[in-house]
Design a protein. Structure first.
Ligand SMILES: NC(=O)c1ccc[n+]([C@@H]2O[C@H](COP(=O)([O-])OP(=O)(O)OC[C@H]3O[C@@H](n4cnc5c(N)ncnc54)[C@H](OP(=O)(O)O)[C@@H]3O)[C@@H](O)[C@H]2O)c1
Length: 232
């Protein structure tokens, strides 16, 4: 049985992806801060989802969780770094800077380096980083330079690390989507285009499934996909 670890599994893209892969026979280790939402996910799943409530911005918590996953499951085939937060249009102060960088960028790095030794030891694996169009483009996201900086960091690191670890059989893909119909958008932080045109979370899960199904001779490095209504 292949083992996937996915962060941000309690909502949106992470939730859809966890359900999709569990239904396809993966053992899915689901990480998020909300234990209750992870428990609901386990109940809803057709297949095996194992909840690991974890704050990915806490390096020690990440270390403990991955040690537990490896103790309980023995290996990690796929890591999906998906947990992410936005400013939600709120003003930027030092606490907000910590929150965005610690979750989006450092959380991705912590989980990556917690998973890599096992992947290398087992002859390979795949790391899928859910970045954003904000990881490759600046103008489309208005003034939210903090989110843009965090996602540019994720894309840059994916590319640099990917070159290094490819020789160990580990592939690294950065997904760079535009607007997806998830709770990340809400009344305080509305999607600025036609909501009916947004990408659906299940479509992102489909894309991840397609990428993982490809022969290991082909690397999908950065995959950019946006609703056609977005001015990009
Ligand atoms: N929606 C879009 O338009 C869009 C576009 C481009 C890229 N993205 C990216 O897609 C990813 C998924 O976002 P989404 O749209 O699915 O948003 P979402 O519905 O708000 O889900 C975000 C997930 O991240 C988790 N999370 C947040 N902070 C965390 C932390 N410190 N530790 C662990 N988990 C944490 C949340 O769970 P808890 O609150 O329970 O921790 C939740 O499961 C994000 O990286 C986002 O930047 C989204």
């Amino acid at each position: 049985m292949r083992l996937m670890v996915i962060t941000g599994a309690s909502s949106g893209v992470g939730r859809a992806t966890a359900l999709r892969f569990a239904s396809e026979g993966y053992a899915v280790c689901a990480l998020a801060r909300s234990a209750n939402k992870l428990d609901e996910l386990v109940v809803e799943a057709v297949g095996k989802i194992y909840p690991y409530p974890t704050d990915v911005s806490d390096s020690q918590a990440v270390e403990r969780t991955f040690a537990k996953i490896l103790e309980e499951h023995g290996k990690i085939d796929v890591l999906v770094n998906n947990a992410g937060v936005t400013t939600g249009g709120r003003p930027i102060d030092f606490a907000m800077i910590d929150r965005i960088i610690d979750t989006n960028l450092k959380g991705t790095l912590y989980c990556t380096f917690a998973a890599l030794p096992s992947m290398r030891q087992n002859g390979g694996g795949h790391i899928v980083n859910v970045a954003s169009i904000a990881g490759v483009n600046i103008s489309a996201q208005g003034d939210d330079g903090l989110y843009i900086a965090s996602k540019h960091g994720v894309v840059a690191h994916s590319e640099a690390l990917g070159r290094l670890v490819r020789r160990d059989g580990v592939l690294v893909t950065a997904l760079c989507p535009g607007g997806i119909d998830t709770p990340l958008w809400n009344d305080e932080n509305p999607y600025p285009y036609d909501e009916g045109m947004m990408i659906q979370p299940e479509e992102v899960a489909d894309l991840i499934a397609y990428i993982l199904a490809q022969p290991k001779r082909t690397l999908f490095k950065n995959v950019i996909f946006v609703p056609v209504v977005e001015q990009w």
